[in-house]
Ligand binder design. Structure first.
Ligand code: ATP
Ligand code: MG
Length: 341
C-alpha cells in the first residue's frame, strides 16, 4: 500500500531561554516512520514521552517554543506531494481540513463556547468544501446523520451537549470534508468506558468508509488492541518499536513494549507482574545511549553508550534495542488472540 506520510529523522524541541541560558526539551528526537493509505496507526507511550509533540508536528500545528530542529515530513495526497514545513503557507492552508485534519488532546478546544455548533462547522469546513451554502448545509446534515448525530446539534452551544456528544461532534467536524488523513490525540481519554467504545467505533467506521489513514495517540493499550492496525511505541521522545498490533502484543521486541502490553488488566488473571522501576527520564537531559537503559532489566554496557537504531527485524516489525533477540513477553499473551483483528 502506498505511503501517505513519510517522516525522516524528525526532530522537534521546545527551545526556551532565560538569563542567557538556552534550554532544549527534546520531545521529538530523530523519528522516522511511514503511514500508509487506509490504515489506523496507534501511538503509545507513558505520559510526557512526547506523543502530543510528535502528533502536533505531524499535524503542522506547532507553536513556539516547539520548533522543528531537523528532518523532513512529506505528505502525498493524490499526485500532490508536500513538505508542510517548506511549502508556501497557502499550500499548507489548502490541505487543512480538506486533506488533513487534527483532533487535539482535550479537543473541545476547537468548539468555541460562545458559538453554536453550526457556526463552528461553517467557520472551519465551508471554505475547504468549496460548495454552495445550501449544498454545504445538506452535506453537513447528512454527515451528522451518518455518524448517528441529530442535525439539530447544530443549533446547540457546546455546553448544552454531554462530553461524549461533544467529542462525537468534534469527530464529525474533523471528518466532514472527507480528509484522507486524520490525526487524533487521546480522542476518548476523558470519556467513560461506554461512550468511549461508541466514539472509537465511530472513528473506525468513518475511517473504513472513507479509506482514510488515521494516526491516533492514547496511553490506553486496550484501545490500541481494538483500534490499531499498527502501533508505534514512543519512549522519551524516540520511536522505540513499531509493528503490526498483534505482533507487538504477542511478540514485543523491546523491553519497554513488553512492560506496556503486560500492564493491560485482564479478567481472572492474578499473577504478579514485574513492575517497571524508576521514572521516565527528563527530556531536557535524557540518558546517554539507549534512553531506556536506566530502567531496563536487560541492559548491558553497550546500552549505556550506544544509541540503538530502530532496526528492521522483518514482517514490518522494527525495534530499537541491542537485545531485541532476547526480549520475551512478560506473560502469556494468548488472551490477546483477537488483537488487531
Ligand atoms: N510548552 C512547553 N515548553 C516546554 N516543554 C514542554 C512544553 N510542552 C510540553 N513540554 C514537554 O515536552 C515533553 C513531551 O510532552 P508531550 O505533551 O508531547 O507528552 P505526551 O506523551 O503527549 O504526554 P501525555 O500522555 O501526558 O499527554 C514533556 O517533557 C513536556 O514536559
Ligand atoms: Mg499528550
Amino acid at each position: 500500500m502506498a505511503d501517505v506520510l513519510t517522516v525522516r529523522n524528525l526532530k522537534a524541541y521546545y527551545v526556551t531561554g532565560a538569563f542567557g541560558v538556552t534550554r532544549e526539551v527534546r520531545a521529538v528526537d530523530d523519528v522516522t516512520m511511514q503511514i500508509r493509505e487506509n490504515e489506523v496507526y496507534g501511538i503509545a507511550g507513558e505520559s510526557s514521552s512526547g506523543k502530543t509533540s510528535l502528533i502536533k508536528t505531524l499535524a503542522v500545528a506547532i507553536r513556539p517554543p516547539l520548533r522543528i530542529m531537523g528532518g523532513e515530513i512529506e505528505y502525498r495526497f493524490g499526485d500532490k506531494v508536500l513538505n508542510p514545513y517548506t511549502a508556501p503557507r497557502r499550500e499548507v492552508e489548502a490541505i487543512r481540513w480538506k486533506n488533513l485534519s487534527y483532533i487535539m488532546q482535550g479537543s473541545m478546544s476547537v468548539l468555541n463556547p460562545v458559538r453554536k455548533i453550526g457556526k463552528v462547522f461553517r467557520d472551519f469546513a465551508y471554505r475547504p468544501m468549496g460548495v454552495s451554502a445550501s449544498e454545504f448545509d445538506a452535506r453537513v446534515a447528512a454527515h451528522l446523520r451518518r455518524l448517528g448525530l441529530e442535525p439539530r446539534v447544530l443549533n446547540a452551544y457546546p455546553h448544552e451537549l454531554s462530553g461524549g456528544m461533544r467529542q462525537r461532534v468534534t469527530i464529525a467536524l474533523a471528518t466532514v470534508c472527507r480528509p484522507q488523513f486524520i490525526i487524533a490525540d487521546e480522542p476518548t481519554t476523558a470519556l467513560d468506558v461506554v461512550v468511549q467504545k461508541d466514539v472509537l467505533a465511530m472513528i473506525r467506521d468513518v475511517q473504513r468508509e472513507m479509506g482514510a489513514s488515521v494516526v491516533f495517540v492514547t496511553h490506553d493499550m486496550s484501545v490500541h488492541a481494538n483500534m490499531a492496525d499498527r502501533i508505534g511505541i514512543v519512549y522519551a521522545g524516540r520511536l522505540v518499536e513499531e509493528g503490526p498490533t498483534r505482533t507487538l502484543f504477542t511478540a514485543p521486541k523491546h523491553p519497554y513494549t513488553a512492560h506496556l502490553v503486560a500492564s493491560l488488566p485482564r479478567i481472572g488473571d492474578r499473577t504478579e507482574r514485574p513492575s517497571l522501576e524508576g521514572r521516565p527520564p527528563s527530556l531536557a537531559d535524557p540518558p546517554s545511549g539507549c534512553r531506556f537503559h536506566p530502567r531496563c532489566p536487560l541492559a548491558i554496557d553497550k546500552c549505556k553508550t550506544d544509541v540503538p537504531p530502530l532496526a528492521d527485524i522483518g514482517h514490518s516489525h522494527r525495534s530499537a534495542c541491542w537485545r531485541a533477540a532476547d526480549v520475551v513477553p512478560l506473560t502469556g499473551a494468548g488472551h490477546l488472540a483477537g488483537a488487531g483483528a
